[in-house]
Design a protein around this ligand. Structure first.
Ligand code: SF4
Length: 351
């Protein structure tokens, strides 16, 4: 009979204090300098910048998000500036960050802050959570980092650190409540924003996915994963089903001037409201798909792209022709298209 993992006890007060002191000391010496963090002399960073960075970082890495963050804050320095922006401008600036529902929520949230809160972010987790596109993690992160609230900020990185620190034998996702409880036991009124960022930095640079760099970690004295000799074993995971794969066609039609035919995708659904290439329906067989123009199409191969819930193989076809489309130069198209279509366009242009 399989054994049931035993819950890890909450650490006692002395251990909590020791772990916190060690990690905060490490953070003071080795914390990352990031575009959205407080400038020297600032007590806390601007909530707008914390919010924007957290939304961007929900689906991409810090190096990838940083130029987008700089471009957004240069163009829209305050949440009220962003609230007044044109939807199309924000969507185009978001292209390359993926998952456009977030960009739509970003605008909806900026407008709610401008309209309902006079352009000032609310300072409690509960009020932040009521804003569009702000989930539990983001509300906790903004409350802790921008407002100094003792919020329990738990994402995948923090879960990994907790699973290792306490050698949690329950696999994910069942372990989530336990990992959150353990993370919460280490939160205190003293420096909550720094604590959240210290854990983020530890997870990103030392206790990273794969093999952790324990030789650089200030927590080895308390870390049960380290002491087990195999910290990379944690977090344990339940075997998960493969992501389903869908197939579709993308058509790259160019006019005599070399411009590319684009379409505006429907508001609802995947990549809603964004510019796209004409494609088939990704849920139906590709041999039943009608091309967007009655011309001779050339097959130029296929591209693969992974979305959150499925993987997509798009066969790419190209031709020269006319039609009622949104015509863009290749550079304009590349700048405006989501990554999946940019890959298909590049495939056609390189062919
Ligand atoms: Fe992670 Fe190693 Fe530090 Fe433990 S000692 S928290 S496993 S880096």
């Amino acid at each position: 009979m399989p054994s049931v993992p035993v819950q890890v006890p909450t650490p006692d007060a002395a251990d909590r204090t020791a772990v916190r002191t060690a990690l905060l000391d490490w953070y003071d010496a080795h914390g990352r300098t990031l575009a959205w963090r407080a400038d020297p002399g600032e007590t806390r960073p601007d909530p707008y910048r914390v919010w924007l960075s957290e939304i961007m970082l929900q689906q991409t890495t810090t190096p990838h998000a940083t130029p987008y963050f700089r471009a957004f804050t240069e163009r829209w320095p305050t949440v009220s500036d962003l609230a007044a922006a044109d939807d199309a401008d924000v969507m185009a600036a978001w292209a390359g960050l993926g998952y456009y529902a977030r960009a739509r929520n970003l605008l909806a949230c900026a407008r709610a802050v401008a309209r309902d809160h006079a352009g000032v972010f609310p300072d409690t987790e509960a009020a932040l959570l009521a804003l569009p596109g702000i989930g539990a993690y983001t509300a906790a992160a903004i409350a802790a980092i921008a407002f100094g609230r003792p919020a329990n900020v738990v994402d995948g990185n923090v879960e990994r650190v907790m699973a290792r620190l306490f050698a949690v034998e329950t696999p994910l996702p069942a372990a989530k409540p336990e990992l959150k409880r353990l993370a919460g036991s280490l939160v205190a009124d003293d420096r909550p924003g720094d604590w959240a960022q210290a854990l983020m930095d530890l997870g990103a640079t030392v206790c990273r996915p794969g093999r952790p760099l324990c030789e650089r970690c200030s927590l080895t004295g308390w870390c049960a994963g380290f002491q087990s000799g195999a910290p990379e074993r944690y977090p344990l995971r339940s075997p998960k089903a493969d992501r389903p794969r869908r197939h579709g066609l993308a058509w790259v039609l160019r006019d005599d001037a070399g411009r590319v035919a684009l379409v505006r995708r429907p508001e609802k659904g995947l990549l809603g409201g964004m510019l796209g290439l004409p494609t088939s329906d990704w849920s139906s067989p590709t041999d039943q798909a009608a091309p967007p123009a009655p011309v001779e199409w050339r097959d130029v191969g296929a591209i693969d792209h992974v979305f959150t819930h499925f993987a997509l193989t798009l066969e790419v076809r190209t031709a020269v022709g006319q039609g009622d489309f949104l015509w863009r130069t290749p550079d304009e198209a590349r700048a405006a298209l989501p990554t999946v279509f940019r890959k298909a366009l590049d495939r056609a242009l390189g062919a």
